[in-house]
Design a protein around this ligand. Sequence first.
Ligand code: ADP
Length: 259
Amino acid sequence: FDAHFGPYYGNGWKQRGVIIVLHDITDIKRLENMRSDFVANVSHELKTPVTSLKGFSETLLSGEVTDEETARSFLQIIHDESERIDRLIRDLLHLSHIENKVSPLNIGEVALVRLTHGITHTLSKAISDKGLEIILPPPAEEVFIEGDQDRLNQILTNLIANAITYTGEGGKIDISIEETPFDVRISVSDTGIGIPAENIPRVFERFYRVDKARSRNSGGTGLGLAIVKHLVESHKGKIELTSVEGEGTTFTVILPISQ
Ligand code: ADP
């Protein structure tokens, strides 16, 4: 609480009492904390790759590295870390665009089955590199929805890319689309590592990762699901998650039929 104390001089009489005004500032405080946590997180996420850019470029500039193979491996690290920073900045800008509602939804008719086929085609190299089996809704049973094609693409790309990342070799990803009279439910299920029950409520937070090292190694920024949640909510939908550690995870996006 934030309390203001002050003397009270009613009707020009001498001081008779004190008025205490209590403001509940819990929400303001929470917002402030969230903001400073966010800045701390962003700084930390940037600091790690920048430290390595600095270190490896300084070593190269010092002329100490004489063999070409080592020099190339250092350059590769510099390149990969620059890409990480690039991805991070792109995701941050994207998130802030969505949060500030900079661009309105570009609503049109979206063919969801075709969309999922297109996305898995784009991700086909990652899928086949891991020998994953992928099950898709049949093209003959197209499901249409009113929505923003690019944003729906982003939602499903993030979920399917995560399913690929967090599923071991030879696993299975099952994408299904179900229509009810009111909404459409798109599920992305995997037979991957799963999410421990205690971590489930936090995975939609920015930068929250169950396993930081695994996420970093796969190029993750920790912002994917925060972006997905915002995009789903901007479509007046919701996202649900069930997961069993060691068995797999299912994300279900529920979208109202008409926007
Ligand atoms: P990241 O870039 O780390 O993948 P996300 O916001 O997309 O960030 O996901 C947050 C965290 O949720 C991940 O780091 C991972 O721990 C967990 N996660 C997301 N999708 C899955 C999944 N399909 N299976 C297991 N864990 C997942």
